[in-house]
Design a protein around this ligand. Structure first.
Ligand SMILES: NC(=O)C1=CN([C@@H]2O[C@H](COP(=O)(O)OP(=O)(O)OC[C@H]3O[C@@H](n4cnc5c(N)ncnc54)[C@H](OP(=O)(O)O)[C@@H]3O)[C@@H](O)[C@H]2O)C=CC1
Ligand SMILES: O=C1O[C@H](COP(=O)(O)O)[C@@H](O)[C@H](O)[C@H]1O
Length: 510
């Protein structure tokens, strides 16, 4: 890897503290950052280099997966961090920054490779890119790259505008859009699983797969992010990006030895082939939900509308589920059920593949009523793969029963998503970053949901905190059901009953 300067906008913020500093430290400690390191942190507040370095050290103690002990190496790492005051809207601050970057390049003998990481609100992205261009920061004799965080726009139009403003200063090849789900080891493993296991590879198609279920459930609520979340909702916070990326990663098929371009082209093909949502049947295919008061791990929790910073009549969704189809011969008529929500029963990101049971079709007189074979891919917080098979139980008169074969791959030594992604960006490998085409096509697909929500035609279903989501989401699956949902509490059963009897529990749109 060629050495570079890492210019971090938003270096005094939450993401820098929780994810970016620990990721850089772990890469450094693993010996993955070759040559001298130069990180220049930016923010409006005034900090000396020493106080900035002390903040970096605090964040390592709090968030690094690796134990942090004082050593000459640690001191060397901390000394590579310097700080400059920069207000996004002040062009003179960028000229000052250019002087700072050049001074460090000379002091450390660094090539003019510059990584600009925008860990600031998306409203600043366009202005920063323009100022990088205008100030000369982008005129390098080496490479320049831009890492940006989500959210990438708030709808199709704003995403296009944002992309145009970035393209004025950076080419698509220079832009690395982070979707941290793509940095998770098990997501990165998905493709390998398929091409290196002939058994799975053969089964990865509509002939054998009955349906695919992708769940990202969380027990946390809105926390301190009311201002952002009440506008974004689950649709923009998780669904348009992380969930649709998981669909692409799950459904694409690649030959071994594929290039990053092949991966992106296959992903584009998948998202392009997702059958468009029609206004007429949107409510049968998409379920929006919001958590009511409930109980999580034995503790009572408030309704979303009672959370600090959220209005009592908020119509924002904290849960969304959808049924979608991919119009491609490999996936023809295989439903993909996807859902994500806050304040649910458990924290879990998981893909479940339900295989068809050829003997259980209606015309077969020898129906066995077997449980289907399931392939379960646990992405987090526990990582692992399980296969559910049917076998005879000799102690139960040879009765058939399901057994699970499981491999747990959790390992605290494994790099975290941000480490993987920052490392790849430094190498210039864009495989696990979202290409603009994927982002644009994802917004295009969710646009009818945004419009129906704004027009009040997509109802908002309440679900009790601590449940598996609104009962209406079960109906998406018809005769099938969500696999591996933990049993729900009485509260859930009660509210399900209320759903049926009392239209108060289903709020029509705003
Ligand atoms: N935190 C998280 O877990 C996640 C965050 N993100 C995204 O990452 C980005 C950063 O989030 P987060 O760290 O949480 O946000 P914070 O609000 O914690 O930090 C914002 C940062 O931006 C800087 N900043 C704000 N205004 C200006 C300005 N006018 N000029 C220069 N710097 C400015 C602040 O510095 P100062 O106050 O010193 O000016 C601060 O360093 C956002 O886009 C967010 O959506 C994405 C996924 C997860
Ligand atoms: O991007 C986001 O992801 C987190 C969930 O990520 P995970 O890695 O903890 O599963 C979510 O809590 C947050 O609202 C969202 O912005």
């Amino acid at each position: 890897m060629e050495s570079s300067t890492f210019v971090l906008f938003g270096a005094t913020g939450d993401l820098a503290k929780r994810k970016i500093f620990p990721a850089l430290y772990n890469l450094f400690a693993d010996g993955k950052l070759s040559g001298p390191l130069s990180v220049i942190g930016l923010g409006r507040r005034t900090l000396t280099n020493e106080s900035f370095q002390a903040g970096v050290l605090d964040s390592l103690h709090a968030f690094s997966r690796r134990k942090v002990e004082d050593s000459p190496e640690l001191q060397r790492f901390l000394k590579s961090f310097e700080y400059s005051v920069l207000d996004v809207g002040h062009p003179e601050d960028y000229r000052k920054l250019l002087g700072h970057v050049q001074r460090r390049e000379e002091e450390l003998g660094l090539p003019q490779n510059r990584m600009f990481y925008l860990s600031v609100g998306p409203e600043f992205f366009g202005e920063i890119a323009a100022n990088i261009n205008a100030s000369g920061l982008g005129d390098t004799r080496g490479w320049k790259r831009l890492i940006i965080e989500k959210p990438f726009g708030t709808d199709l139009e704003s995403a296009r505008e944002l992309n145009d403003s970035l393209n004025a200063a950076f080419t698509e090849e220079e832009i690395f859009r982070i979707d941290h789900f793509l940095g998770k080891p098990m997501v990165q493993n998905l493709e390998v699983l398929k091409y290196s296991n002939p058994v799975l590879r053969a089964l990865w198609q509509n002939r054998y797969i009955a349906n695919v279920q992708i769940t990202a459930s969380e027990t946390v609520g809105v926390e301190e992010r009311a201002g952002y979340y009440d506008k974004a909702g689950a649709l923009r916070d998780m669904f348009q990006n992380h969930m649709l990326q998981l669909v692409m990663m799950m459904a694409m098929q690649l030959p071994k030895g594929s290039t990053p371009e092949d991966v992106r082209s296959k992903k584009r093909h998948v998202i392009q082939s997702v059958r468009p949502l029609l206004r007429e049947n949107l409510a049968q295919n998409v379920i929006r939900g919001q958590y009511a008061a409930g109980e999580i791990n034995g503790r009572p929790v408030d309704a979303y509308t009672s959370e600090p910073g959220i209005g009592p009549s908020s119509q924002n969704e904290t849960y969304i589920a959808a049924r979608l189809f991919i119009d491609d011969p490999l996936w023809d008529e295989v439903p993909f059920y996807i859902r994500t929500g806050k304040r649910m029963k458990e924290k879990s990101t998981r893909i479940v593949i339900e295989f068809k049971e050829p003997f259980n079709d209606l015309h077969n007189l020898n129906r066995l009523n077997l449980d289907p074979n399931l392939l379960i891919i646990d992405i987090g917080p526990e990582e692992g793969i399980s296969l559910q098979l049917n076998t005879k139980n000799p102690r139960q008169h040879g009765q058939l029963e399901p057994v699970s074969i499981r491999h747990d791959s959790a390992n605290p030594e494994l790099p975290e998503a941000y480490e993987n992604l920052i490392y790849d960006a430094l190498l210039g490998d864009a495989t696990f970053f979202a290409h603009w085409d994927e982002v644009e096509l994802s917004w295009q697909w969710v646009q009818p949901i945004i419009e129906a929500t704004a027009g009040g035609t997509l109802p908002l279903h309440l679900y009790p905190a601590g449940s598996n989501g609104p009962a209406a989401a079960d109906e998406l699956l018809g005769d099938a059901h969500w696999w591996l949902d933990e049993p729900t509490s009485d509260a859930h059963n009660k509210i399900t009953a209320v759903h049926a009897a009392d239209s108060e529990a289903v709020r029509p749109g705003a």
